[in-house]
Write a protein that binds this ligand. Structure first.
Ligand SMILES: *[C@@H]1O[C@H](CO)[C@@H](O)[C@H](O)[C@H]1NC(C)=O
Ligand SMILES: *[C@@H]1O[C@H](CO)[C@@H](O)[C@H](O)[C@H]1NC(C)=O
Ligand SMILES: *[C@@H]1O[C@H](CO)[C@@H](O)[C@H](O)[C@H]1NC(C)=O
Ligand SMILES: *[C@@H]1O[C@H](CO)[C@@H](O)[C@H](O)[C@H]1NC(C)=O
Ligand SMILES: *[C@@H]1O[C@H](CO)[C@@H](O)[C@H](O)[C@H]1NC(C)=O
Ligand SMILES: *[C@@H]1O[C@H](CO)[C@@H](O)[C@H](O)[C@H]1NC(C)=O
Ligand SMILES: *[C@@H]1O[C@H](CO)[C@@H](O)[C@H](O)[C@H]1NC(C)=O
Ligand SMILES: *[C@@H]1O[C@H](CO)[C@@H](O)[C@H](O)[C@H]1NC(C)=O
Ligand SMILES: *[C@@H]1O[C@H](CO)[C@@H](O)[C@H](O)[C@H]1NC(C)=O
Ligand SMILES: *[C@@H]1O[C@H](CO)[C@@H](O)[C@H](O)[C@H]1NC(C)=O
Length: 284
């Protein structure tokens, strides 16, 4: 069962909007714990010798990330939070900031000064670098909190995803039967790690699961910006055969759990992997 063309088209469209939006608004984008490139755009047209140049990068709080003083690195001038995390690509004057943290987001300036007869003279500056830092949320995991009871066909589920940034837009549960697809928004509980600043999110919902139909339930997390929707593995519940007065225990039967974690985090494909006969469009 493939996702419908409409589904795919709207998903791709939204990805495109997010992506072009992000690219036009920012200069540099880096993922948590990876490397960011902070360009200086200095081309040295007069081929001035490094011995005459003083080059340094600063953040928006005037903390120095890196300094090259007349051809020599000056680690003693570097702020502790950047020590050992930078390297200069001298071919294109791009500073590489390694092991990027959420705290590194913000604007950066690069200054080039030349040693003149009367002291240092500014010959170049680049002040509008903005570094946006993202972290991809993990694939959401759906789990059962409570089964049907004697008085209710509702089944309670919880969904959790970890270590993303920034805060996600939305979490929802999708319940599919042979003939229907329903989406239920969940209230998100958001926890932020006070050191890494990464977010964990979870949400719980009580879903009406008819005992007469085979259903497949999964949860979906919609992150902000470039990361596409993340979908959990499906949680499948088979219909209960109605042969007269079945014992109450049968109502509790929950089968065909698919709990293995998959390493894929891009889950836009195969929205309708498990349900059959779906002709309705999901509205997310
Ligand atoms: C600078 O050069 C390095 C490789 O030499 C490249 O990876 C990087 O993307 C370049 N940066 C810019 C801003 O051109
Ligand atoms: C720049 O100067 C260096 C020596 O300082 C020389 O080797 C190099 O050829 C010069 N490059 C250009 C493009 O003039
Ligand atoms: C729900 O019912 C199934 C099957 O009877 C059982 O294996 C599972 O432990 C129950 N789960 C909860 C949370 O009660
Ligand atoms: C987020 O989830 C991770 C992995 O489960 C856990 O180690 C961490 O303590 C959680 N952090 C917060 C702030 O809940
Ligand atoms: C982070 O939170 C933990 C408890 O959640 C607390 O013990 C610790 O002091 C906090 N650290 C900082 C730097 O605020
Ligand atoms: C399921 O969730 C609903 C709503 O949050 C709650 O009222 C109900 O007690 C829960 N059922 C069980 C069996 O925990
Ligand atoms: C789905 O629709 C078909 C045809 O309308 C019907 O026969 C079937 O019982 C429906 N299934 C469920 C689970 O409602
Ligand atoms: C549920 O699925 C099983 C096979 O997985 C099938 O035999 C059964 O007829 C289905 N029941 C309904 C109500 O669709
Ligand atoms: C995060 O997700 C985006 C798109 O969803 C992908 O392009 C990017 O490579 C991922 N980054 C990491 C570090 O996993
Ligand atoms: C979608 O699911 C079908 C059947 O489960 C499978 O054959 C196909 O390879 C899947 N496609 C992708 C892109 O995962």
């Amino acid at each position: 069962m493939k996702p419908s063309i409409m589904e795919l088209r709207s998903i791709l469209f939204v990805i495109f909007i997010f992506f072009s939006d992000a690219v036009s608004a920012i200069k540099c984008l880096a993922y948590f714990s990876e490397t960011a490139d902070l360009p200086c755009h200095f081309i040295n047209p007069q081929n001035i010798s490094l011995d005459e140049l003083v080059v340094f990068w600063q953040d928006q709080h005037n903390r120095v990330l890196y300094e090259l003083y007349k051809g020599k690195e000056k680690p003693e001038n570097v702020h502790p939070m950047y020590k050992g995390r930078t390297s200069l690509d001298q071919d294109n004057w791009t500073l590489r900031l390694h092991n990027v943290q959420i705290k590194d987001r913000g604007s950066y300036q690069c200054y080039v000064h030349r040693q003149g007869p009367n002291g240092l003279v500014s010959i170049h500056q680049k002040i509008d670098n903005y570094l946006l830092v993202l972290a991809n949320f993990s694939q959401p995991e759906i789990s059962l909190i409570s089964n049907r009871t004697e008085n209710s066909d509702n089944i309670n589920f919880t969904c959790a995803s970890t270590k993303g940034y920034p805060e996600p837009k939305k979490m929802s549960f999708v319940l599919k039967t042979e003939n229907s697809t329903n989406e239920y928004d969940a209230l998100m509980n958001i926890f932020q790690d006070n050191i890494t600043e990464l977010y964990n999110v979870s949400g719980s919902l009580s879903l009406p699961v008819s005992p007469e139909a085979n259903v497949s339930i999964f949860c979906v997390l919609q992150p902000t910006l470039t990361q596409t929707w993340l979908r959990s593995q499906p949680y499948n519940i088979e219909a209960i055969e109605m042969e007269g007065e079945e014992n109450e225990q049968a109502k509790q039967r929950v089968e065909n759990r698919v709990p293995e974690r998959s390493d894929e985090t891009q889950c836009v494909d195969n929205i309708s992997k498990t349900a059959s006969g779906d002709k309705s469009a999901t509205h997310f």
